[in-house]
Write a protein that binds this ligand. Structure first.
Ligand code: C2E
Ligand code: MG
Ligand code: MG
Ligand code: MG
Length: 285
């Protein structure tokens, strides 16, 4: 009967919810020890400069290798880190790893590289002095701001929050660049683009992956690129998986591309090898 199937439905959802709540509790407990137990790693995904045809940029992406559960996606554990405040410690750790990586790349390659780091809204809005701490770490490591990009999502900018604008001004004073991540998926208002200084727009992979001549994604990407250039910003297309997408993006005058076609996110030591082999001008140091 309808009543029975209704009850079954109810039971089904309850069980699923219980399982995910249990899983979440377990991840919360385990995440607390993950850094100390060397389960977290920063991977780097190279970014191709479409005009110069070289890779001197990369994005830092966090990886968690859980001893029993295996690989846990950041899409699953970053929200937990945000809800519990662990994101501050984890974010600082990612930033320190990135500074080290920038330093060793520059030493080995004799070239400056630029690595972008994702910064969660929570790191802006819960004031634990994260920004100030990052600038200190940067100075201690003797790394200049030009080597660092901070990736934020549109949501961080729409409320015109003074904590956010203060942090971004501090970045700018230090020479750190700012990128809007997942551009196009957030908010329809573009007015924040004139209020804040933004260096890069990262076109979300949902657009890139549906790029075909005559598609609405084609029109949207083209419009984003034209607008960005008029406002003095550069564009990075995320999630490039096919040669066809890459060709179209080049024709549209897109500045940079990132995606599995070019490279998956790779561990630190592999990044060095990748940069050495894919940048023709680099001496075989
Ligand atoms: P994001 O910053 O937009 O990162 C891009 C995501 O797209 C990454 O997923 C990357 O592995 C994936 N990707 C790159 N190229 C391709 C492609 O060609 N095809 C497809 N299908 N995917 C591609 P990942 O590493 O799973 O990270 C997911 C999200 O987790 C990131 O999205 C970011 O929002 C967050 N995240 C990752 N690391 C950190 C971190 O250190 N701090 C913070 N706050 N968030 C992070
Ligand atoms: Mg990102
Ligand atoms: Mg993104
Ligand atoms: Mg994302």
């Amino acid at each position: 009967s309808a009543k029975n199937s209704g009850r079954q439905c109810f039971r089904f959802f309850t069980k699923t919810m219980q399982e995910s709540a249990t899983q979440r509790m377990r991840l919360t407990t385990d995440l607390r020890h993950a850094i100390r137990q060397n389960q977290l790693h920063v991977y780097y995904q190279p970014i191709l400069d479409l005009r110069q045809n070289h890779f001197y940029k990369a994005e830092a992406l966090l990886r968690w290798q859980h001893p029993e559960l295996g690989f846990v996606s950041p899409a699953e554990f970053i929200p937990i880190a945000e809800d519990t405040g662990m994101i501050h410690a984890i974010g600082d750790w990612v930033f320190m790893q990135t500074l080290e990586q920038i330093k060793s790349c520059q030493t080995v390659l004799g070239q400056s590289v630029q690595i972008s780091v994702n910064k969660s809204p929570v790191q802006f809005l819960e004031d634990r002095g994260d920004q100030h701490h990052w600038l200190e770490l940067m100075n201690e490591a003797n790394i200049s701001g030009e080597s660092i990009v901070i990736e934020i999502t549109e949501g961080v900018l729409i409320n015109n929050d003074v904590r956010v604008s203060h942090s971004l001004l501090q970045c700018r004073d230090a020479g750190i660049q700012v990128a809007i991540d997942d551009f196009g998926t957030g908010y329809s208002s573009l007015s924040y683009l004139k209020k804040f200084h933004v260096d890069y727009l990262k076109i979300d992979q949902s657009f890139t992956q549906s790029l075909k001549l005559d598609s609405s994604e084609f029109a949207l990407c083209e419009a984003i690129i034209v607008m960005a250039h008029k406002l003095g910003m550069q564009v990075i297309a995320e999630g490039v998986e096919t040669e066809e997408q890459l060709t179209i993006l080049k024709q549209m005058d897109c500045d940079f591309a990132q995606g599995y076609l070019l490279s998956r996110p790779i561990p630190a030591d592999q990044l060095m090898t990748f940069l050495r082999h894919n940048n023709p001008s680099v001496p075989n140091a």
